[in-house]
Ligand binder design. Structure first.
Ligand SMILES: Cc1cc2nc3c(=O)[nH]c(=O)nc-3n(C[C@H](O)[C@H](O)[C@H](O)COP(=O)(O)O)c2cc1C
Length: 185
């Protein structure tokens, strides 16, 4: 065995790249988030993990809501920009065409292929740098053009993937097998 020790950071490949939307002090704001996951299937719940200092944290608490917007690779530059500047000093409210769903206070991005509207159900502080917001999924919005047959098509969504410690973005590669199926033999 040729394993070497490389420290104790969190590793996961690839990470998603999403834009989380909130209304902070009555202003629409988006930030780039890679610590995002599905945490419950039924009812559907998703989590985001944010550094405690982020402007977005205030907006989530003010409205008890947030949105998770999945950008496509065509939106790479503006997505990265949302992860470089803070709404505390820069107005990010006019970067996209915004729309609202059931909750009326979780802004979503028209240009993103998939938008998940979440109602905050829990905030978890594990004593570290970040706070975890868990949201119940209220509704998901997309467009007909991202479907193949009856299913959302990953290639059509064309999401941005992150290789975290390389600081590089990637796009999706080839399909390599049918899930819940190839292992059956
Ligand atoms: C690729 C990328 C991924 C990021 N992922 C996260 C994340 O998962 N959690 C987090 O708190 N900040 C993350 N950030 C940093 C925030 O997006 C960034 O600090 C942002 O400016 C904060 O915005 P706000 O102050 O308007 O809330 C990421 C930034 C980039 C570029």
């Amino acid at each position: 065995m040729n394993k070497m020790k490389i420290g104790n950071k969190g590793y996961l490949y690839p990470l998603p790249t999403v834009l989380v939307g909130t209304t902070v002090n009555d202003k629409t704001n988006y930030l780039n988030v890679s610590f995002c996951s599905i945490v419950n299937r039924t009812p559907a719940m998703m989590s985001i993990s944010l550094n405690k200092s982020h402007y977005t944290c205030d907006g989530i608490r003010q409205n008890n809501s947030f949105s998770i917007n999945i950008p496509s690779v065509e939106m790479l530059e503006v997505t990265d920009y949302c992860g470089i500047v803070s709404g505390n000093t820069v107005d990010k409210s006019k970067l996209f065409n915004n729309f609202y769903g059931e909750l009326k206070n979780a802004p979503m991005i028209e240009e993103c292929p998939v938008n998940v509207e979440c109602e905050l159900i829990q905030e978890l502080d594990l004593g570290g740098s970040n706070v975890i917001f868990i949201g119940k999924v209220i509704e998901v919005y997309t467009e007909e053009k991202y479907f193949t047959n009856d299913t959302l098509d990953l290639k059509k969504i064309n999401p941005i993937l992150l290789s975290i410690y390389e600081f590089n973005y990637y796009n999706v590669g080839k399909k390599i097998g049918k899930a819940w199926s190839v292992g059956a033999k």
